[in-house]
Design a protein around this ligand. Sequence first.
Ligand SMILES: C[C@](O)(CO)[C@H](O)COP(=O)(O)OP(=O)(O)OC[C@H]1O[C@@H](n2ccc(N)nc2=O)[C@H](O)[C@@H]1O
Ligand SMILES: Nc1ncnc2c1ncn2[C@@H]1O[C@H](COP(=O)(O)OP(=O)(O)OP(=O)(O)O)[C@@H](O)[C@H]1O
Length: 270
Amino acid sequence: MIAFPNCKINLGLHVLNKRVDGFHDLETVFLPLALKDVLEIITADKLTFTMTGINIPGSADDNLCLSAYRLLKRDFPLLPPVHIHLHKVIPTGAGLGGGSSDAAFTLKLLNEKYHLGIRQETLLQYAAQLGSDCAFFIENTPCYATGRGEILEPLAVDLSAYQFLLVHPGIHVNTGWAFGQLSPGKPGHSLREVNFKDVQDYKGKVSNDFEAAVFQAHPEIAAIKEQMYATGALYASMSGSGSAVYGIYEKGKKITGLFSETGYSVFRIS
Ligand SMILES: C[C@](O)(CO)[C@H](O)COP(=O)(O)OP(=O)(O)OC[C@H]1O[C@@H](n2ccc(N)nc2=O)[C@H](O)[C@@H]1O
Ligand SMILES: Nc1ncnc2c1ncn2[C@@H]1O[C@H](COP(=O)(O)OP(=O)(O)OP(=O)(O)O)[C@@H](O)[C@H]1O
């Protein structure tokens, strides 16, 4: 069985308060984008895991695909064993939720492969145990999110009339560090007040609380956003805790020469 775990971007992100469990309550809008890893699960003699594509620092044993497998293994026999192969395309530590997506898609594929019959609400609960972003990838449609990011309300937003430019400068921003830089507070206005269907309406209303601290530590990330506006983006922002930055452009608009000599990873998604 094969699946293609996609990435997400955050259209706005407000960090509201620090909780007693150490996590933060936030509000954000998650938008799935078609930059995808490849995940294959096939029957095998014993549990094995291999990876190709972008290198993920650290031990393969800590991979979120295996965490997802082990989580279900506590409640289901999962026999016969499987081989899991992950081909990594989505940059890691980029605020694009790639690891969370792999974990959520592993849950979904195992549910299908072993005919476990786990319902959507229960899958969402398993996913939330693996990471704050993970539940979103079970739904995988535009959502207004609160709590740790796991309380999801579908949002009727279709941005297929636009094209997206996604730029990753290769800087790894640690999510825990980024949360530690903030002094949470009540935002001037809620993201609920924004009409997300109209990208022209975002500028000045949709903001990401992580930008100030991350831009201060890495001015080159702020420069990416500025360049996107200079080349006609209707809206540009860092995603999540960074370091990837996205620009939303009118479809058909030619975006030429941007970041071609920087060594940054650049993805055009339309
Ligand atoms: C910044 C976002 O990408 C926005 O979508 C997410 O909130 C991050 O979600 P994630 O990568 O799945 O994060 P997790 O793996 O659950 O947590 C990593 C670390 O980030 C911090 N963290 C994360 C989410 C949250 N709502 N509050 C937090 O304080 C915690 O220190 C935690 O130890
Ligand atoms: N399958 C995986 N893909 C990517 N990273 C993984 C995976 N499994 C474990 N990790 C670990 O998780 C860390 C963060 O991964 P991820 O790509 O989800 O970060 P991110 O894009 O910043 O996500 P978020 O927006 O959720 O903060 C990596 O540094 C890596 O060590």
